[in-house]
Ligand binder design. Structure first.
Ligand code: IPD
Ligand code: CA
Ligand code: CA
Ligand code: CA
Length: 263
């Protein structure tokens, strides 16, 4: 269970899925279903991509566990679990906004040891292994050296629950005058990879799931960013923050002041 071997398989499968979703995007994409709320959409391609990834992974490693956003939850015996977002950024995908990704994290006994995020339309491949550094298209990447809130480009995202979105809007109103600017890219995994390569200085989001942050959090921390939740907690669905190391402290405190966990 060498992390490099797991990463190699993850990259091969993620690139195959990325090619599939880009190819399908040439046709008509429609909403197949809604999930938690009317804004939480799924397309047939989200499901097709997950099926492809599950089939390829379990063909190569039949004893592994597999968790996918679109419902796959296979429990294996090997101690290795694949945590997969088959299209991160489904709303971008639906509207043909050219940023959406395939995200695959590989855990061994509950610790993420390898991760890949493929920005499918751009063909960019972000990778990391635990202790082995982070890479974009095979070249090492590093988070920014920003340490001042006023110079920080900050990414965030919103979940699909209206009450929570109202609080998320309040939080933005607390931050916006104090930072350089805010981006809502629409792809949680890419937000984290952008902190990893310095295209953003910090990101935060309430309500991300393990398939959104699993790979990206490893890539960001291996690139030198500090990654965590609020008040010393680890990253979790409650809150994920990743920031340039010198920015994490002041950014955390500003965010905490806004009391983002109210809903
Ligand atoms: C969503 C995206 C979005 C984030 C949402 C996620 P999906 O994932 O990552 O950027 O703000 O919280 O649910 O549904 O497009 O895979
Ligand atoms: Ca997602
Ligand atoms: Ca998804
Ligand atoms: Ca989704």
């Amino acid at each position: 269970m060498n992390p490099q071997d797991l990463l190699k398989l993850a990259v091969t499968v993620a690139e195959e899925a990325a090619a599939l979703i880009v190819e399908r995007r040439r046709g008509t994409i429609t909403v197949a279903d809604t999930k938690s709320t009317i804004t939480d959409v799924v397309t047939a391609v989200d499901r097709e991509s997950e099926e492809l990834i599950r089939a390829r992974v379990l063909q190569a490693r039949p004893d592994d566990s597999f968790l996918g956003e679109e419902g796959d939850d296979v429990v294996g015996t090997s101690g290795v679990r694949w945590v997969v977002d088959p299209i991160d950024g489904t709303v971008n995908y639906l509207y043909d906004h050219p940023t959406y990704a395939v995200s695959i994290a590989v855990e061994v006994d509950g610790t993420t040891v390898a991760g890949v995020v493929v920005d499918a339309p751009k063909g960019e491949v972000f990778t990391a292994t635990l202790g082995g550094g982070a890479f974009l298209d095979g070249k090492p990447i590093k988070s920014s050296d920003c340490s001042e809130l006023a110079k920080a480009l900050v990414g965030t995202g919103f979940g699909y629950d209206p009450a929570r979105r109202q609080v998320q809007a309040d939080v933005i109103s607390h931050l916006i005058a104090k930072v350089r600017d805010i981006r809502r890219i629409g792809v949680g995994a890419i937000d984290l990879c952008y902190v990893a390569c310095g295209r953003l200085d910090a990101v935060y989001e309430r309500g991300l799931n393990p398939w959104d942050y699993g790979a990206g959090a490893l890539i960001a921390s291996e690139a030198g960013a500090r990654v965590g939740g609020l008040h010393g907690e680890p990253v979790s669905p409650e809150m994920s923050i990743a920031a340039a190391p010198g920015l994490f402290g002041p950014f955390h405190d500003l965010l905490a002041e806004a009391n983002p966990l109210r809903a």
